[in-house]
Design a protein around this ligand. Structure first.
Ligand code: IMP
Length: 445
């Protein structure tokens, strides 16, 4: 079968967790390529809600290799907590989890530095998840990061932690924060090392080997295109590349190993944290979407800002990532609205933008130009068949497809696995639908 990427087309929270879990039976391995425990991938299985932050959602299925790539920033404490949570759900096959020796570690000083920076930025703060993500990537780029592979060499681990803590203490103390204890951090991490060692491998080589044997891989993105450090709405972005290039650099694979890119997009838009949001809806309708769509952060619990579908931003995600197939999620949240708006252009200083501008000062000033379409009264939640959907919903999809020049191939109409519409003819065999639709497929819960 094909190797496919599933990545977010908006500001994260597109519902990638459900999709990855859903189509995993079609693949042999699931690989995370960027981000860290800032992600919150929510999966509903057999009436249970599971939120995964670091471990690929493939872990819920038996015999699927779950890989964490070098592009991920890894917090061993949250990883172990996540394993514990999974154990309570009856998941056992942790031997299937492999972590790249080249992934960078998140250490306690990263949290301290991040909250200090956010505090000092005042009104200009990014509104990060405070999971130490940005500072861990800063150290990686600054070439002083501590790697997961350093868990395999006690001496190196100790030296690196001591050097970093000395450096970071100067900074923290300068701003009136408490001094960190290098030895305590080293001992804590030595304990993590003993628990995690058996999962550490060369993920790039393993993937190469597996793909050569004929295994198919699902590359799992976290966050979304508009949060990309290079292509997103900088500075209100995360510190990694959720976009397509991140797959190759974050796993050490060749672009020729990728057969298709699925873009996941909610049927409307949301954003957590600060930053411009041209289609944001203030007031009643915004609140309606937030409540109906349970739009509260999976990692931080923060209420998400809600807005109309932004086809300008979605077309940008299609272009940047080479997306041909869209997975539209949470369509049912729009049930019952009289009319819906789709943003088809950004008006700025009398003209229309030909492409999505990433500049903060432009995005803050653009005026969204909308196409208004009819809503549908009859609820579509739980629908599994495209033909029986209300015409107004089909028209909504046709409008999106026309504006962003990509096909909607899968539609999610509810949180559970079976609440999904597969447009088989649009999927062109990229996903093994027989395996996916088989209610009996083996999972661990
Ligand atoms: P960081 O990734 O914690 O550095 O946060 C940077 C920005 O990305 C903030 O606006 C966060 O709210 C946002 N962000 C990070 N991870 C996610 C996610 O998984 N979903 C939605 N927003 C996210």
């Amino acid at each position: 079968m094909a190797n496919c990427v599933v990545l977010g087309m908006q500001w994260g929270d597109e519902g990638k967790g459900k999709i990855v879990d859903l189509i995993t039976p079609s693949f042999d391995a699931v690989a995370r390529y960027q981000g860290g425990p800032n992600a919150g991938h929510t999966v509903h299985v057999k009436g249970k809600k599971i939120i995964l932050h670091l471990i690929p959602s493939g872990i819920l299925h038996k015999n699927k290799l779950c890989l964490i790539g070098n592009g991920v920033v890894f917090n061993p404490k949250s990883f172990l907590n996540e394993m514990e949570q999974l154990r309570e759900f009856g998941v056992e096959n942790f031997d299937n989890i492999v972590i790249s020796k080249n992934a960078h570690l998140i250490l306690p000083y990263h949290f301290e530095i991040e909250s200090l920076i956010e505090e000092r930025m005042g009104d200009n703060k990014i509104g990060t998840t405070l999971r130490g993500i940005g500072p861990a990537y800063v150290d990686k780029m600054n070439r002083c990061g501590v790697k997961v592979g350093d868990f395999l060499n006690e001496k190196v681990l100790k030296e690196k932690i001591e050097l970093n803590v000395a450096e970071k203490n100067d900074y923290l103390i300068h701003f009136g924060k408490a001094r960190l204890d290098a030895d305590a951090i080293f001992r804590e991490f030595l304990d993590y090392a003993s628990q995690i060692k058996r999962h550490i491998k060369d993920v790039s080589y393993l993937l190469y080997d597996k793909m050569r044997e004929g295994c198919s891989v699902l590359f799992e993105g976290a966050q979304g295109t508009l949060l990309d450090i290079d292509h997103g709405t900088y500075p209100f972005v995360t510190a990694s590349n959720p976009t397509i290039g991140g797959v190759c650099t974050g796993l050490g694979i060749s672009p020729y190993d990728i057969d298709a890119v699925f873009g996941v997009s909610k049927a409307y838009n949301t954003r957590v944290g600060a930053g411009p949001f041209p289609t944001e809806i203030q007031g009643e309708t915004g609140n309606y979407l937030r409540e109906k769509g349970s739009e509260f952060g999976a990692t931080t619990g923060r209420p998400r800002r809600c807005g109309w579908y932004d086809a300008v931003a979605a077309a940008y995600a299609v272009r940047i990532n080479g997306i041909k197939k869209i997975i539209l999620t949470k369509a049912d949240v729009l049930d019952g609205l009289e009319e819906l708006k789709i943003c088809e252009g950004y008006r700025y200083k009398g003209g229309l933008f030909p492409s999505f501008p990433t500049e903060k000062w432009i995005l803050e000033k653009v005026e969204a130009q909308y196409r208004t379409v009819k809503g549908w009264k009859e609820p579509i939640d739980g629908f599994q068949d495209f033909a029986s959907l209300p015409q107004a919903f089909k028209d909504y999809i046709a409008n999106i497809e026309e504006l962003i020049q990509a096909e909607v191939a899968i539609i999610s109409t509810g949180k559970d696995r079976h609440e999904t519409i597969f447009r088989d003819e649009k999927l062109e065999g990229l996903v093994n639908l027989e395996a996916v639709k088989d209610e009996q497929f083996v999972d661990q819960i």
